[in-house]
Each structure stands twice: as C-alpha cells, then as structure tokens.
Write a protein that binds this ligand. Sequence first.
Ligand code: ADP
Ligand code: MG
Length: 345
Amino acid sequence: RSAQSPAPIRALPDTLISQIAAGEVVERPASALRELLDNALDAGSTRITVRIAQGGLDMLSVEDDGCGIPPDELPLALARHATSKIASLADLEQAQSLGFRGEALASMAAVAEVEIVSRRRGQPGARISAANGRLGEVAPAAAAPGTLITLRRLFHEIPARRSFLKSAATEAGWCIEVFKRAAIAHPQVAWSLWQDGRAGMQLGPDSSPLGLQRLADVLGKSFAEHALPVDARIGPLAVRGLVCRPTAARARAEVQQCFVNRRWVRDRVLAHAVRAAYADVLHGALQPQYALLVELPPERVDVNVHPAKSEVRFRESQAVHQAVFHAVQRALAPALAGRVAEASA
Ligand code: ADP
Ligand code: MG
C-alpha cells in the first residue's frame, strides 16, 4: 500500500496483542523462569523444583506445593490481564506479591507451549494446555496439591524472536542465575534444580538465626569465608547480607547483588551506597563483593517501573542510601579495626 491509501485502523486480535506484549515479559528461558518462580512464591510455596532441558529451549518447568489453581480458573490464569493478586489501584500501591500484572502466563502461552497441572487442597486436580495463543480444554488430572507449569518450544513459531536466543549452555547459565537469585531472596523455601536430568543445587530451608546461611550456600565457600555479616535496622529499613572484607575485593564485580523486598534489583542508589561505605578501605579500581537484602514498607518503594520489575524507585532514596551506607560501614568496622591495629603496630 502507498502512503496515499493507508490501511484503515483496526483493533488487533487478542493473540497478536499478546505476542507483541510477550516480548516485554518473556525474552528468553531465564525471563520465563523468573516469572514462573514469582508465581510459585506468590502461591506461598515451601518447596520449589525447577527442571530445565537444553537451557530451557527444549523444556522448562517449575513445580511447587503452593495454593494451587481451581479447575474453573485455569483458563483465566492464561488470559491476559487476569490476576488474583490485585483488584484496585489501592491494592497496586500496597502490593506485596511479586506479580500483579496478570500477563506472564498469557505471554508465555502466546509464544510457546504451556501446560498447567494444578490442584488446590480439597479440590480435584486439573490440567490445561495452550500453544501459541490457542487455549485447550480443562481436563481432570491426578496431582499433588500445588502447581506444575511446563514450558516447551519457546519461540518455535516465531523465528524472528528465536534468532535472539543463545546456545543452550548460555541460556542454562542465565536460568541458573535466576534460580540462585530466587533462592537467596527466599531462604525459607526449599529449592531443587535439575538440569538435563541431573541434580543441580539442592537447598533445604535456611534455619540459621540471621538467615544468611543460604547466601553462603548459593554464593559459595570462597565468598562466604571472606565475608562479614550485615544486620542493621535503621528506622523502617532493614539491611541484611554479607559484604566482603576489603582484602577480598576483586578486580571484577563477581558478586554484587541487591534485593529489595525479596526481589532482585539493579539499583544505582544501593550500589553507590555500598561503594561509598568502602571508600576509605578500598583503593583503586577494586570491586567490593556483596549481597544485600533490603526490606522496607511497600509504600516506600515503587516496583511498577518496568515490566520485568528489576528496577525500583525509592520514595526517599536519600534515606535508603544513608541506611545502606551505615549498615555496610558498621559491618566493615571489624576489618577496619584490624587495619588500624596493624598500622599502629
Ligand atoms: P500475575 O502473577 O501477575 O497475577 P500471571 O500471568 O503470572 O500473572 O499468573 C496469573 C494468575 O495465575 C495468578 O494471578 C495466579 O492466580 C495464578 N497462578 C499462576 N501461577 C500459579 C502458581 N504457581 N500457583 C498458584 N496460582 C498461580
Ligand atoms: Mg506472575
């Protein structure tokens, strides 16, 4: 068509809308996994099992023991903008759940094959499947209480999107990173990872007093051995985690992880506050290694900034900066004291 006779304006069919929107939510297996883990966590699960085959390109599944989905709600779970988590703008501002947009499963169903098998306690189990925007029928199924969601052939029918996927090994690496972040943020949950049929990380619930054992388990011995605990409460803010001794700083930022209200985030305010706390003890281009979990009342942080929710906006970022700065500085004090003693010896 030429510019002189443009096509008439049309409303797009729902499937196409979902396929377009899916790009924002499901970019690759790891982003699908993150959404499935958010759902399992929002369902109040105590045990979550992740299985990936070929980096999630062949198959990706999340099994949980959470609240389950009643049979008659299964089609809605896969519908766009359908959610059980918020019902109003007021709810959105108070949202404690990881999800609330009601588009993750619909997006996956638009660009892959999705099967849900679920059972709510006291109700019969059921299954539903959907493939590339076509929804199947709800059928009875035997199932333990909880939910199993399986994703297959991501972007199989959308070559333009598939071409952006990397090798199975690379995609697997990103999936494992997502798994680790969720495991750190939710130490009370037992986690299990299976990769191409082989057992990966198996983590029992963390019952250590500060809940920092999980951090050590996930980030590894060499990190934990050189780390100092952070445990501070400053006004309405709580800051917990592990920060490396200045002597364990590295040239590369290998471990620099921040979590806000049990969500992994990328945030300049937090990163800057940590750096500032190390300013006197770290020279040159050395990178501090740390993992910090910040908790604050939900109304003090906006998580609805980006569909992937990996960015947040603090209502009073100066107060957050100060709290994190002081918490880390206090944690580093023992290492500093050692240095002063060394210097004056
Ligand atoms: P959102 O999480 O934003 O609500 P989703 O598309 O991720 O949107 O999920 C839609 C709905 O399906 C959820 O609101 C929830 O009611 C239900 N659901 C999805 N996954 C699970 C699960 N693992 N356990 C229980 N309910 C689930
Ligand atoms: Mg969700």
